[in-house]
Design a binder for this molecule. Structure first.
Ligand code: ATP
Length: 325
């Protein structure tokens, strides 16, 4: 064996190879690497995120689902720059969310991410019109030129109107939130979130307060933003209709990503019609750990120990039969 007595040159070459290996998530827009968030209240610790891994590529429109208390909002608050993780790594559009200074954090929230919350009232200022609400983030960052200058104001108004048209709510431009329906308010909220052209749009249950028809219109606005502006979008939702329409749905369980459903279009050979085919995947972490769905393990009475067999194209998982004679 050539490796028993490696030369100094061999060792140096190994170090270089290891260093040049692409890091986890190097090509992703959002990278969460073993993310941990522990809350401590009255001496009691709650581990809201327990080593969560997630990669989101640029241009994706994806949904996050999970039971109440699984950690979805905790993750969204971290990605929004409103909260900091206890441990692990989180990067969005090249920004390290753990080491940002308060000044960086403010700039990050104003220009790199946009967010839409469930409560329509949390998204808009009640005394401003739709167009004024959309122009506000641009005024705060000085987009379109020097703050307050007439030329800048014109550029901001123009962009606000463009966004209102794009999301099909141009008729709301001069209305205040109370003069709009819940669905219109959420679409204006999407326009506000897009005002500064963020790399990522985050939405936490954006259709939670809406009926199904209105929810569809709001979801269509997210799709338009994704397709026409190329914005990467992450939506937390309980809404099956929304979760079923995106190409990728990631499920969070006990503070970790557990399963993932990918959907792709396929042409039916007999009818020639295009249909969406969904397939569920389990997450395999970098240590090789895999969580088997409870319904599978329960169906076969698997507990504590399973037998594995490597086949040419798959790995078989068998119930433990070591106790049998
Ligand atoms: N600020 C906080 N202080 C203490 N515990 C918290 C805090 N925020 C969240 N938690 C706890 O962390 C866990 C995850 O909460 P989180 O709100 O992220 O879940 P969720 O999946 O968004 O739930 P829901 O769907 O009900 O909004 C829960 O046990 C929750 O009680």
């Amino acid at each position: 064996m050539t490796t028993t007595n490696p030369t100094l040159a061999d060792l140096a070459a190994r170090v270089t190879t290891a260093r040049n290996r692409p890091t986890y998530g190097h090509d992703a827009l959002i990278t969460c690497d073993r993310l941990v968030r522990i809350f401590t209240t009255d001496g009691i610790e709650v581990q809201a995120l327990q080593g969560l891994d997630l990669l989101v590529r640029e241009g994706e429109l994806m949904a996050l689902v999970g039971a109440s208390g699984s950690g979805k909002s905790t993750l969204m608050n971290i990605l929004a720059g409103l909260d900091t993780p206890t441990a692990g790594a989180a990067r969005v559009a090249g920004r390290d969310l753990l080491t940002m200074t308060p000044k960086d954090r403010l700039a990050y929230r104003r220009t790199t991410v946009g967010f839409v919350w469930q409560q329509t009232s949390r998204n808009l200022l009640p005394y401003l019109t739709a167009a004024q609400n959309i122009a506000l983030p641009m005024q705060l960052t000085g987009i379109g030129g020097i703050r307050g200058a007439r030329k800048a104001r014109r550029a901001q108004t123009e962009r606000a109107l463009e966004l209102l048209e794009l999301l099909e709510i141009a008729d709301c431009r001069d209305r205040r939130p109370h003069q709009m329906s819940g669905g219109q308010q959420q679409r204006v909220a999407i326009a506000v979130a897009l005002a500064n052209n963020p790399a990522v749009l985050l939405a936490d249950e954006p259709t939670g307060e809406l009926d199904s028809h209105t929810a569809e219109q709001v979801f269509a606005a997210f799709r338009t933003a994704n397709e026409r502006l190329g914005t990467t979008i992450v939506i937390v939702t309980h809404d099956q209709a929304v979760a079923g329409e995106v190409r990728r749905t990631v499920a969070i369980r006990d503070g970790r990503t557990s399963t993932e459903v990918l959907r792709r279009s396929e042409v039916d050979e007999t009818t020639g019609h295009e249909r969406l085919v969904a397939r569920e995947y389990a997450m395999l972490d970098r240590a090789g750990r895999l969580q088997l769905p409870a319904e599978y393990t329960e169906a076969l009475g698997m507990r504590d120990r399973v037998a594995l067999e490597l086949e040419p194209d798959h790995i078989a998982v068998w119930p433990d039969d070591s106790e049998r004679g």
